[in-house]
Design a protein. Structure first.
Length: 91
């Protein structure tokens, strides 16, 4: 049981160092997968947005960030089946 708690403390220490040095560049892949299923967007664009808005350990901040990312995607990306409707509004 001591090895488990020791491993957890090392993991937390590494996580804290990563946050200190690479804040805004760390992306939770579970969030990427969760949002990617419903969005037609390139993964690196999605990961960039998640890095900008969801770079925290606080669940409320992460939830607000996910809502922000979804809002940005809804406002700025067109689904393939809506392409003709978009072209009519632009031109």
């Amino acid at each position: 049981m001591e090895q488990f708690t020791e491993g957890e403390s090392i993991r937390e220490e590494i996580k804290n160092k990563l946050r200190q040095n690479f804040d805004g560049k760390i992306v939770r892949k579970d969030l990427t997968k969760k949002i990617k299923e419903g969005a037609n967007v390139l993964v690196y664009v999605l990961e960039f947005l998640l890095g900008q808005y969801c770079s925290s350990d606080d669940e409320s901040v992460i939830e607000k960030g996910v809502q922000n990312v979804k809002h940005i995607l809804a406002d700025n990306f067109v689904r393939p089946d809506e392409s003709q409707k978009f072209l009519q509004t632009v031109f």
